[in-house]
Design a protein around this ligand. Structure first.
Ligand SMILES: [Fe+2]
Length: 148
């Protein structure tokens, strides 16, 4: 599934979708870390999970600062990532798991690229979106390099 996050014309609405995507990404990383055998992979994916948790804090702060409500975790109840937590929880084999997380990182990269190009982007969101996009590119690149 290709994510729709970032396609919302209203920037606040797009940010709300983004925070939901970040919750889903954090859950997926948690499930992945639980299933991985290789300790170096577990360590790296834990680090990526922490980046996503930091993004949740930062998006929440941005929404609050601009007087918008922060969605609670799971409120939208949508399938936001290619490979959900529940699917990851049943996967076996490090390569299979990393492959699934790569698909998810393609989604988060798409979302951040859209947010970065958003026509109604808030000026106080500029720096966060740029850094977030860099984080997502770094996550995807690590997964690609590790899988080849
Ligand atoms: Fe990521």
């Amino acid at each position: 599934m290709v994510t729709f996050v970032g396609t919302q014309g209203n920037f606040a609405e797009a940010l709300k979708e983004l925070v939901e995507l970040e919750y889903a990404a954090t859950d997926a990383y948690e499930a992945a870390v639980e299933r991985l055998e290789n300790p170096a992979y577990r360590e790296k994916l834990t680090e990526f999970k922490e980046d996503h948790e930091r993004h949740i804090q930062e998006i929440s702060a941005l929404l609050q600062k601009n007087e918008h409500e922060v969605p609670e975790k799971g409120m939208l109840g949508k399938q936001l990532l290619t490979t959900a937590k529940v699917v990851l929880a049943n996967m076996i084999g490090d390569n299979t798991i990393l492959q699934a997380m790569k698909s998810n990182e393609i989604d988060t990269n798409t979302a951040y690229e859209r947010m970065n190009d958003h026509n109604n982007k808030w000026s106080d969101a500029e720096e966060f979106i740029k850094k977030g996009l860099q984080d997502e590119r770094r996550h995807k690149a690590w997964l690609e390099n590790t899988l080849t």
